[in-house]
Design a binder for this molecule. Structure first.
Ligand SMILES: *Cc1c(COP(=O)(O)O)cnc(C)c1O
Length: 456
């Protein structure tokens, strides 16, 4: 590796290291191995600038769900660029595709929703929801009702507000969370249940503790509760049985709006169109982003219920507007791509494929449960995680000096598979178009990689 180390050459890798500042990148790996510069994609595969091919086991960042070269999405973008390449959504002006996409989203929403607001990302969408809640409460004479509840290990984004709702230690790097941001229990049964406790009992305990936390804070100080149906960047943590059934009545009792962060789950990842449908969640506000344009355009969308929309309308009176918006949000090209992506997923057989291949995907990942260093296999639909353990009996992790998940991801890359380490878990979430044979390829490669790194 020394003589051809990327920094010594005039390659894409060397140029990257001299110019690009990488976010969410393990610095040791970047130093030792250099970046991987991608140049093209085909179906579920991507190819780097040396022509090496990888099965993209994470759909990029969960989002490139119809693959990396879908001609109809490219066509939709080109058509709209030719027709009307850009416009905003301020001052009561808007472009046609923005209106059409709003209607489409309301049509396919998991519960009746009334209005749609667009952003450029999931973070901006969640950030916007918090500002909506703050504005509504202030206008209704409840300015103290500002606290935002999310959950330990949740991921809701990276802006100042949404990093404050992200229950990960690293937000401490920024001196976050801000005041007024609180965390309820992480619903990870395998890790946090006490011996002998059933999933239902554990869910009931989460709900009781949530109620106690709300009462201790003062119910009239809580503006909203945010939850991913399945925690994604927390390491693919599906809720235990009965979880949302148990916590929703607590939120309703205290009139706390439930915000479903469907940024990962939305559009089919869990095997239903929405995570809310998989888990019987009835949100007041729903946030979508990653799969909305199948990753082909930056976009986020917020759907709000009639009651939220009405209250926001009233609240806006004082300032004669909702004083909030992003220059490029509701972009006609993005909206045209999203309309096409939804059409491809719903009517082009992509969602049907998720339904068809998910059981096989779960069966194959389930095969890893017997491995002596895999403590838990979890997942739903087309998402899953393997939790690595040093000692299976006691569920103890590998020591920090043995970053096994990181090593597995690195060796997988050499083997032509992209998967992602999150803590000590390996996460896979392939594109919705993946075939049964490609699922075999994915897990055969993962199996071989794990054997290489920690043995059978
Ligand atoms: C990725 C993600 C976000 C943030 O979306 P960005 O587009 O990266 O800002 C928010 N919530 C969840 C659940 C996510 O997975």
């Amino acid at each position: 590796m020394i003589s051809d180390h990327p920094t010594r050459q005039d390659t894409w890798e060397a140029r990257d290291l001299r110019s690009v500042l990488h976010g969410f990148t393990h610095l040791g790996t970047l130093r030792d191995r250099g970046p991987v510069v991608m140049s093209r994609g085909k179906g579920v595969y991507v190819e780097d600038s040396h022509g090496k091919r990888y099965l993209e086991g994470n759909s990029g960042l969960w989002n490139m769900v119809v693959g990396f070269d879908h001609p109809e999405l490219v066509e939709a973008a080109c058509d709209q660029y030719r027709k009307f390449p850009a416009y905003h959504a301020f001052f009561g002006r808007v472009s046609e595709p923005t209106v059409a996409l709003s209607e489409k989203l309301l049509e396919i929403a998991p519960v009746p929703m009334d209005k749609v607001f667009f952003t450029n990302s999931g973070s901006e969408a969640n950030d916007t929801v918090v500002k909506m809640l703050w504005m509504i409460n202030r206008a209704q004479g409840r300015p103290r009702r500002r606290k935002i509840l999310s959950r330990k290990n949740a991921y809701h984004g990276v802006t100042g507000i949404t990093a404050s709702m992200t229950g990960k230690d690293y937000v401490g790097a920024f001196g976050l969370p801000l005041d007024d941001f609180l965390f309820a229990d992480c619903p990870h049964y395998w890790r946090y249940a006490v011996p002998g406790e059933s999933e239902i009992e554990y869910s009931a305990r989460c709900a009781r503790r949530l109620q106690a936390q709300i009462e201790a804070e003062g119910p009239d100080t809580i503006a909203g509760f945010f939850a991913e149906p399945v925690m994604g960047a927390g390491g693919v943590i599906p809720p235990p049985e009965g979880y949302f059934e148990a916590i929703q009545p607590v939120l309703r009792k205290f009139d706390i709006p439930l915000v479903a962060d469907e940024v990962i789950c939305g559009f089919g990842r869990t095997g239903k169109m929405w995570g809310c449908q998989t888990y019987d969640i009835e949100p007041d506000i729903l946030v979508a982003s990653k799969c909305l344009t199948a990753g082909y355009f930056p976009m986020g969308a917020i759907m709000v219920s009639r009651s939220v929309a009405d209250r926001l309308d009233e609240a806006a009176n004082e300032f004669e507007e909702f004083p909030h918006g992003f220059t490029s949000a509701g972009h006609p090209v993005g909206c045209s791509i999203a309309l096409k992506a939804i059409d491809i997923i719903l009517n082009g057989g992509v969602f049907d494929n998720v339904v068809n291949v998910s059981p096989y995907f779960q069966e194959r990942i389930g095969g890893f449960a017997s491995h002596p260093h895999i403590g838990e296999v979890r997942g739903i639909g087309l998402m899953g995680a393997l939790e690595l353990v040093g000692d299976k009996e006691n569920k103890t992790p590998f020591p920090p000096e043995q970053p096994v998940a990181e090593q597995i991801a690195n060796v997988a890359l050499e083997n032509g598979l992209i998967c992602r380490p999150i803590g000590q878990a390996i996460v896979v979430a392939p594109p919705f178009i993946i075939t049964r044979d490609q699922i075999d390829e994915l897990f055969d490669k993962l199996q071989r990689t794990i054997e290489q790194v920690i043995g059978t």
